[in-house]
Each structure stands twice: as structure tokens, then as C-alpha cells.
Design a protein around this ligand. Sequence first.
Ligand code: PLP
Length: 231
Amino acid sequence: MTSIAANLQAVRARITAACIAAGRATESVQLLAVSKTWPAALVREAAAAGQRAFGENYVQEAVAKAAELRDFALEWHFIGPLQSNKSRLVAENFSWVHSVERLKIAERLAAQRPADLPPLQVCLQVNISGEASKSGCAPEQCIDLAAAIGKLPGLRLRGLMAIPEPTADGARQRRQFALLRQTQEAINRGLGISLDTLSMGMSDDLEAAIMEGATIVRIGTAIFGKRETTT
Ligand SMILES: *Cc1c(COP(=O)(O)O)cnc(C)c1O
């Protein structure tokens, strides 16, 4: 077994254990393998070990890898900061975008999504730590943004995504993830809709995220190893 296959197995075991601890079905949590900065050859190893969904932060890098890996039916998720001038490549090449934080970007994605593809699956990125420097819309603004995005053709709003402040304190991790869940509940109540996706939890805090209702965990380091860059 390759080390990536072994790492994937270990991450899946962590997800299963966390689901059991949380009283949730294992299938209720999807593993998104975050392959940013890693070459296509390593993504291929993960794909050969059965992994289907991959997360990327850099548009051109992801498009090149997807082209090299056409022989697998992979699902690509864009999870990084999204600039207007990259939106067309994202609309044309990805199944999901987790990092929508402004209506302008959503409108561009909607206009640029090719008609022959299924709707682009979208999560709103929420700034749950309240730090001005962090990406994401403020929790109290999310409901208006969700209402506006929900009306756009070519997109399907699925839920919320957050990158919490890193902390080793498990209780603190859970409070941040709970805030994202509560924000989603408030949107669903307020708009009478049923967003079903909470994209939260990374290599160091997936257990806390699953306890608070994560449906997609985004895992890079625990599968592929430590990245050179700190993005
Ligand atoms: C890099 C990244 C991840 C993966 O983080 P790890 O700690 O390596 O698991 C998850 N989500 C986003 C948005 C990222 O940029």
C-alpha cells in the first residue's frame, strides 16, 4: 500500500470514529482530499485508492491537474480565495465552489457556468472568527447574501463553509463550528429553505467539526503530508 493510501485509510477511520462518537451515520460526512500544491502523480495515487473528491485553491494548478487525471471520474472543488478574473475558469472546470463571499462573484459564476454542465454547487464562506483580516461574509450578512444567490440560475446554493481560527483547544474549536451550524439554521429558518452542507473541519480539527454537524471535511496534510507553503 502506498503511504497516501494508508493515510487515506487512517483519515477515513478518524471520520468513522468521530461519526460514531457523534451518533451520526458514517455516510453523512464526505471526505474532500485537499491536493493543493501536490503534483498530479500524488493525486493519482489517492484516486487509485478510491478517493473521488479533491479540493484545490489555485485555479490554473487545478485545471492542469484535472486535465492530467481525465481517466478518473474525479470531482473538483474550488476552496481558495476567488478573484473575479479567475471566475470563468472556475465556472467551467469545477463541480463545487466553497469560497463564495460576495454577490458579485456569484453573479459572474452564474453567468459563466456552461449551460451543458449541471449547476455549480456553492457554499458561502463565513467569517466565524470575526477577525477583519479573515475571508468570508459576516454571519449576520449571510442571510441576505444567501437569498440573493439562491435566485441565480446556474448555481445551486448548498450551504456554508468556514476556516476557523486555529486552536488546539477542542472546546474552542467546537464553539466556532457550532456558530457556523447555527448560522445555517438561522438562514434555513429565515428563508424557508433547506441548505444541507456544512463544509468545516481540516486535518487538526475534523473530530470537533463532525461533532458540530460537518457534512464535508476538507483534509490536506493528514493525507498528503506537510506542505512547503503555509497556504
Ligand atoms: C489547505 C486547506 C485545507 C486543508 O488543510 P489541512 O490542515 O492541510 O488539512 C482545508 N480547507 C482550506 C480552505 C484550505 O485552504
